[in-house]
Design a protein around this ligand. Structure first.
Ligand code: R5P
Length: 224
């Protein structure tokens, strides 16, 4: 199977997983990226079974609207039943690295609000230890050099993601060569650097369930 076929299988499994939990008042949180895009396409098939969505990026909002699925501002909804999103890495505790598509901050906000966070990923994302994927950090533009120096002190090698501006008007530093043995502590430490908006470690709010697309089928993991 190709990587896209694995992504489609996990996206389909996510729709099957959330569908029985939804009713006419339900709000679905929708992530960003290629796997989330497949999820949006399958979600359209059940759009009559829930109220609408909150999107974690302008790109996902546009794709949802193109399917005729309502998209609400987060401030106008009471809560989110399920949030479905991809990841760049996932470990057995269902702690994640996210932000390869620069949407990490809105993703973290939607995850924080959601009752259940369903991560969908193909098997290439499954790792014993986070950090091979360069860690995205969203930074206020004027603080870029300051934050980069502080990230070096934490043992990383930050690289400015040229030509990328986030939906929030900020920039991204991708931090290479981090071995993330203490994900919660590093998530907090990086977020405490002045000028950082947030970083792509999702450990303080990990996924609740991971639907992993593998060549032998979609496997379901809950946090260990
Ligand atoms: O900012 C982007 C998100 O965190 C994505 O969920 C992540 O990069 C995974 O994307 P994809 O499904 O395209 O591999």
């Amino acid at each position: 199977m190709t990587q896209d076929e694995l992504k489609k299988a996990t996206a389909r499994a996510a729709v099957d997983y959330i569908a029985p939990k939804l009713d006419a008042d339900s709000i679905v949180g929708v992530g960003t990226g290629s796997t989330a895009n497949f999820f949006i396409d399958y979600l359209a098939e059940i759009k009559g079974q829930f109220d609408g969505t909150v999107a974690s990026s302008d790109a996902s909002a546009e794709r949802l609207r193109s399917h005729g699925i309502p998209v609400y501002d987060l401030n106008s909804v009471d809560g989110i039943q399920c949030y479905v999103d991809g990841a760049d890495e996932a470990n057995p505790a269902l702690q994640l690295i996210k932000g390869g598509g620069a949407a990490l901050t809105r993703e973290k906000i939607v995850a924080a609000v959601s009752s259940e966070f369903v991560c969908i990923a193909d098997e290439s994302k499954w790792v014993p230890l986070l950090g091979d994927f360069p860690l995205p950090v969203e930074v206020i533009p004027m603080a870029r050099s300051l934050v980069a120096r502080e990230l070096v002190k934490l043992g990383g090698d930050p690289v400015y993601r040229q030509g990328v501006t986030t939906d929030n008007g900020n920039v991204i530093l991708d931090v290479h060569n981090l071995k993330i043995t203490e994900p919660k502590a590093l998530e907090e430490a990086i977020n405490n650097i002045t000028g950082v908006v947030t970083n792509g470690i999702f450990a303080l709010r990990p996924a609740d369930i991971l639907l992993l697309g593998t060549t032998s089928g979609v496997k379901t993991f809950t946090a260990k």
